[in-house]
Design a protein around this ligand. Structure first.
Ligand code: ATP
Ligand code: MG
Length: 552
């Protein structure tokens, strides 16, 4: 990434500027802290661009830290995919990958410190009782009968928890704060719970696992994080973040700042719900091209640069809002319009025979790979007597607004000649099977000499040389702009979100690679699918259409 990419400021950068000016910190240290319980999605991309972007611009550092305190939901598959996705987005974490589980020993000692200070106790209420005792927004909580145990008793009981002498759910460690606090997170939050589960990093070393709120702030402090950025739903948790750090012996003092999460129209940005789409086989894995996951967008042909551009455009604020899908697609299209080579493919083919063209000649035509970028060079495409055009590009009759091929009229073939449709042949059902045409040999990339005006241009491929290809057209995955708020979001799935066409592609696409999109002229941007394309079985994904069809 070049440093000249203009970075609009935001409230977090303003806080950092002030902190640096005041000498509060000399260098900036951020972190991206995913829980490895699913694949990253576009919302995470926002957080990644924010955290790594700040580190880059302030010549600071950004850690990748797996927030791995919930072994039953987590997996190394997710750890690996997250590392891959962050790197693919173009970011580099500082040093080794970190894990909250690296700090389990230290966390345990900080828990003991709180117990020794009379600030934590082992509770033996059941989970249901704890919930009941907690109270509500309008009603204060009440103290657990176990709240006033002695320090010595708590130390002994916590040790018993650690040694596996309590069954799951029979005891937990809680902070002793205030059961009447207006912030429910401060009503003696649970710090440790018992789980007899193997952990993907620590194996069976522990049967007690620290909770997020206790772990996160301490991990930040251990890593000397200066600005700990998270989404707004953690606003209340900041009190607990500060409480823990204020009550333990630790030098570094990070601060938490909240920003609004990215919500994207027609998309789900919850790992739990995305997981359901995968496990219910509604989509074809986490990297299904319709998924708003980083791996899905990558397979679909979105570039990392386009996603970074999107994250920059949407900005960082404290206002909850939902971004239109067209904003993301705008960024993808802008990038591809500039960078994608052009090619021709016919998605719904009908055969055309050019009767006055040689039966034996394959005329090699040179075509520019990009209309505005001559440095991308030219390619050779053979023009032959039989070609395919798209069914939608021909009509037996049409009014003046239809600027394609009409019976008895002329049209230009892209990068080739002008043809006129003379007659059609149909099958028993009345479907056109062949269009017979004549071409004007004087019109190769130039206008007819007698001044005839040719209005339309259509694309084509050679019957003899084109390669058959399966072309996958994607639409929004949901029928409703806010599927996340639906009672049953699975009921809002768009049944037509994937349409498969059997078409033909020009032979130069033989060498195309997954994730590298082309503009199929007049059709949109497409890239080879990494999963289903095999040898000479070509499968292309539509990355995005040529124009914004969402706001129509
Ligand atoms: P999910 O609900 O998808 O599981 P999460 O917040 O639980 O999201 P984490 O793995 O904990 O997922 O997220 C890692 C980081 O990414 C956190 O700092 C979180 O705040 C941030 N993040 C997650 N979702 C979004 C989003 N939609 N917009 C911006 N940041 C997000
Ligand atoms: Mg989370």
């Amino acid at each position: 990434m070049s440093e000249v990419e203009a970075r609009p400021t935001n409230f977090i950068r303003q806080i950092i500027d002030t902190d640096l000016a005041d000498g509060k910190y000399k260098t900036i240290q951020t972190r991206f802290p995913p829980e490895p319980n699913g694949y990253l999605h576009i919302g995470h991309a926002k957080s990644i661009c924010l955290n790594f972007g700040i580190a880059q611009d302030y010549r600071g550092k950004c850690n990748l830290r797996f927030d791995d305190t919930n072994p039953t939901k987590e997996d190394v598959e997710y750890v690996d995919s997250i590392k891959r996705d962050v790197e693919w987005l173009g970011f580099h974490w500082d040093g080794e990958v970190r894990y909250s589980s690296d700090y389990f020993d230290q966390l345990y000692h900080y828990a003991i410190e709180l117990i020794n200070k009379g600030l934590a106790y082992v509770d033996e209420l059941s989970a249901d009782e704890i919930r009941e005792y907690r109270g509500t927004l309008t009603q204060v909580g009440k103290n657990s009968p176990y709240r006033d145990r002695s320090v010595a008793e708590n130390v002994a009981l916590f040790n018993k928890m650690k040694n596996g002498e309590f069954a799951e759910g029979k005891a937990c460690l809680r902070a002793k704060i205030d059961m009447a606090s207006p912030f429910i997170v401060m009503r003696d939050p649970v710090l440790y719970r018992i789980k007899f589960a193997s952990h993907h990093q620590t194996g069976d070393a522990w049967c007690i696992y620290p909770m997020y709120d206790f772990t996160h702030c301490i991990s930040d402090a251990i890593e000397n994080i200066t600005h700990s950025l998270c989404t707004l739903e953690f606003q209340d948790n900041r009190r607990l973040y500060d409480w823990v750090l204020d009550n333990i012996t630790i030098t570094a003092r990070p601060h938490q700042y909240e920003f609004s999460r990215l919500n994207l129209e027609y998309a789900i940005t919850s790992k739990r719900k995305l997981n359901l789409l995968v496990s219910e086989k509604i989509v074809d894995g986490w990297n299904d091209p319709r998924m708003p996951t980083i791996s899905g967008m990558r397979r679909r042909g979105y570039s990392a640069a386009a996603i970074r551009d999107f994250c920059q455009r949407i900005g960082v604020t404290k206002q909850e809002n939902t971004v239109e899908m067209s904003t993301l697609e705008f960024c993808v299209r802008e990038d591809l319009n500039e960078n994608a080579p052009r090619a021709m493919a016919v998605l719904d083919p009908v055969r055309v025979v050019i009767e006055n063209f040689s039966e034996t000649l394959d005329e090699v035509l040179s075509m520019p790979n990009h209309p505005n970028r001559p440095e991308l060079g030219n390619r050779n495409v053979a023009f032959t007597r039989e070609i395919y055009i798209d069914r939608a590009d021909f009509r037996e009759e049409a009014n003046k607004n239809y600027k394609r091929l009409v019976l008895g009229k002329e049209v230009r073939l892209r990068n080739a000649y002008v043809i006129r449709a003379d007659r059609v042949e149909k099958d028993n059902q009345g479907n056109i099977t062949t269009i017979y045409c004549t071409y004007d040999p004087t019109t190769l990339n130039k206008n007819p000499e007698d001044g005839r005006k040719i209005k339309g241009v259509i694309h084509w491929v050679s019957v003899k040389f084109a390669l058959p290809a399966e072309i996958r057209l994607y639409d929004r995955l949901f029928n409703t702009p806010n599927p996340g708020s639906a009672d049953d979001f699975l009921a809002t799935i768009n049944a037509d979100s994937l349409i498969i066409k059997q078409g033909f592609i020009e032979p130069s696409l033989r060498d195309s690679k997954p994730e590298f999109a082309y503009q199929f002229e007049r059709e949109g941007y497409f890239c080879l699918d990494s999963k289903y394309s095999k040898d000479d079985h070509y499968v292309f994904n539509r990355t995005v259409g040529l124009r914004d069809s969402w706001s129509e």
